[in-house]
Structure formats: structure tokens, C-alpha cells
Design a binder for this molecule. Sequence first.
Ligand SMILES: [Mg+2]
Length: 294
Amino acid sequence: MLGRWGANARGVGDDCAVLSVPAGERLCVSTDSSVENVHFRRGWLTPEEIGYRAAAAAMSDLAAMGAAPLGMLLAISVPPAWRGDLEAIADGVGALAAASDAPVLGGDTTAGAELSLTVTVLGSAQRPLMRGGARPGDTVWVTGALGGALAALRAFERGESPAPWARERFSRPVPRVREGRWLRLQGATAAVDVSDGLVADVSHVAAASDVRIVLDLDRVPTLGGMDPRDAARSGEEYELALTARELDGERFAGAFGVPLTAIGEVLDGGEPGVETRFRGDRVDLPPGHDHFSP
Ligand SMILES: [Mg+2]
């Protein structure tokens, strides 16, 4: 794997990786596991995509904090049936490491009954963007367009091939790392990455910030004509949902080539939590995304 990574691995070979955090910044750390038959099935994704996606899912948490990546660690358990795919898996991890400017700093490889990748990401920021900073009067925003991951999952579960745009969103999600830093510097007050589903993740912000949030689902950008009520439950999107008093969506779209859309408001008073509206009526969505059962 080290041979495949080349310059995308750094400082590997000692008992620990040693790194410096820029002066005045705080260390942000997160870990995320991708397990065969829980997060993906063999045959849905290529080994390269499995590696890429596992690293992207972890990196997305640094994006949500507005942190700059310092590097990542990979712990992988490999069953005999996957041993021949290790180099391709490494290539996928390496591609995400290069795209995020986050070298592989170390890790661990063991034998196991199922393929499992655990990626730990390290980053830093002067004032990391937390979930608890939303204030009444803020607007709620989302990056990109939602629904692709769910469309792909539905096709896979029917035994069909997803449409290319949906497959791309499932297999190669783009962690919004540069976008997250920009949003933090532009005054975002709270952020979360969309891993459980938009409504579920914005609920985490409402709870942490102790505020009431109203989401207008008609405004949620969706892919492939998906009903926004479905797109709002689509998990593993790895877009960012955030709150801010004021943001320039057009400047954002110009800088990053993805939309930034206002989809709701943080309100004063009432019970903390998220209310969803669709075509003017209040709607209650069933609980968000859950990983499919093996
Ligand atoms: Mg997250």
C-alpha cells in the first residue's frame, strides 16, 4: 500500500506519526468506519471506490468543522477474498488523500472476516465550526444537490445498475473541505455534514444550538427530479448543512462550482428541533437514513 501511495504517504515507519499543529490553531480529530455488508456490498463498488469512499466519509467531518486537513490514518481488516484488491483499495485512499491534501500518516493492517476500513482524520482550525452556534435570525444553507446517494442505493437494492449521475454521487462523494473553510471564514455559525440525511443532521444542529429550525423542502436542490421529501432523507451525501446570518451564494457557486442554497430559518422561541414544510404545509418525514441491514 505504501508503494501505491508514494508522496501521498508521509512520515510512515516510526511507532507514531509526528506532526505539528499550526500555532494558534486547535486539533480536530474524527474517525469513521466502512464495513462490508453494512456500508456497501461487494459488486456495488470497485475496490478503488471502496477505498476512496471510506476516506471521503471520514474527511467530510473535517469539512464540517471548517478545518484544514493535516493527514489521516487507515486501519484495515482484510479477509482472504479481498487480499488481491489491497492495491486498488490503496489507490482509492490515495486519490482522496491527494485531493484533500491529507497524506496518509500511518495505520494498521490485519486479517479479518469482513473487509473493514477505519479512517481517522486529523485537521486544524483556529476556531472550528461547531454544531452549537446557530442563533435565531440565521439562515440555513446547504451545499450541492441531494438525493443521488439514495437513488443509487435504491437501484442497488433492486439489483439494478444506478444511473451514472447517482452512482457517481454514491461511489465518489466529494468532501467539501475547501468549501467548509471558506464558509467558516465567511461567518458560518454552525455546520454539520449530511451523513444521516439532511433533516436528521440539521436536527443535530437544532439540538446542540437549542433552537427551532424551519426547513422549507421546496427549496432543497435535488438531483434527477427526486422528490425533496426523499432527498431530505438521503444519507451519506457528504454535503454541508450550515447556518449563517448572511452568505453570498453566488460567490460561493463561482468559487467552487457547486450551489449554496438557502433552505430554512433559525427561529426565536418554541421547542428546539426541526420543522419541515412542503408546499406550504407542515410535513413530518419518517426518520432519516439508516444503513441497510445485512
Ligand atoms: Mg459528520
